[in-house]
Write a protein that binds this ligand. Structure first.
Ligand SMILES: CC(C)(COP(=O)(O)OP(=O)(O)OC[C@H]1O[C@@H](n2cnc3c(N)ncnc32)[C@H](O)[C@@H]1OP(=O)(O)O)[C@@H](O)C(=O)NCCC(=O)NCCS
Length: 191
């Protein structure tokens, strides 16, 4: 890993992919599969991250994805990706997904998600340091700061959840099942 790294503008790697939603992307209900959109999100995140990093990147994690509106066959889906944050070897890519009905020209926001990627050396598989980021307006600075806060929250959540798991037993939590829509049907050996 080298310490001397260039800094690039956010705009340098901003990437948009637009794809027509064809019938083969649809489920039995005629709406586009969530997995199709997830795959496109991974693709645009890779394009944006590898442009900034100037190298091969791999996906580390995808933050919560909530689909806000269904996408129909025949719509044009655009995925706008931007580097929101860089660490040493990792980058957080913010992705805004919009779907356009070309006949009505109506555009709906279907989701916004954050994908963390790391840069790697293709031959050795070792992590690579990524270039720094030049923030040129308040929006870019806000996104960088929010990414730091999300990273801290994720760390706290993982730590607290590990503690909860370590402390608790099934027997101690059976009361949580009361009033839930499940039936506990364990035989004597199971409990
Ligand atoms: C992600 C991976 C590199 C982490 O390896 P590691 O030995 O734990 O490395 P580190 O702890 O040094 O983390 C490397 C970077 O990833 C970040 N990172 C690691 N796990 C993370 C997570 N769950 N969420 C967000 N960032 C994470 C670290 O913060 C660090 O960032 P920084 O260098 O900018 O500070 C490793 O688990 C890996 O290669 N996973 C497979 C990824 C892959 O192949 N994806 C394709 C899926 S098909």
């Amino acid at each position: 890993m080298t310490d001397e790294q260039p800094y690039y503008r956010v705009k340098y790697s901003q990437t948009t992919i637009t794809e027509l939603m064809v019938p083969s992307y649809a489920n039995f209900g005629g709406k586009i599969h969530g997995g199709t959109l997830l795959s496109l999100m991974d693709k645009v995140a890779y394009a944006c991250a590898s442009r900034h990093a100037g190298s091969y990147c791999v996906t580390v994690s995808v933050d919560e994805v909530n689909f806000l509106a269904p996408v129909e066959v025949g719509e044009l889906v655009s995925l706008h990706a931007s580097v929101n944050y860089v660490g040493n070897t990792s980058l957080v890519i913010g992705i805004r997904v919009e779907s356009e009905n070309v006949k009505t020209r109506k555009i709906k926001h279907t989701n916004t998600s954050y994908v963390t990627m790391v840069a790697k050396d293709e031959k050795t598989n070792e992590l690579k340091k990524v270039p720094g980021l030049i923030l040129e307006d308040k929006e870019e600075a806000r996104r960088f700061i929010e990414a730091i806060k999300r990273k801290e929250l994720k760390k706290r959540y993982a730590h607290e959840f590990d503690n909860v798991k370590a402390e608790e037993t099934l027997e101690g939590n059976l009361s949580l099942l009361s009033g839930q829509r499940c039936v506990l049907n364990l035989d004597e050996a199971g409990l």
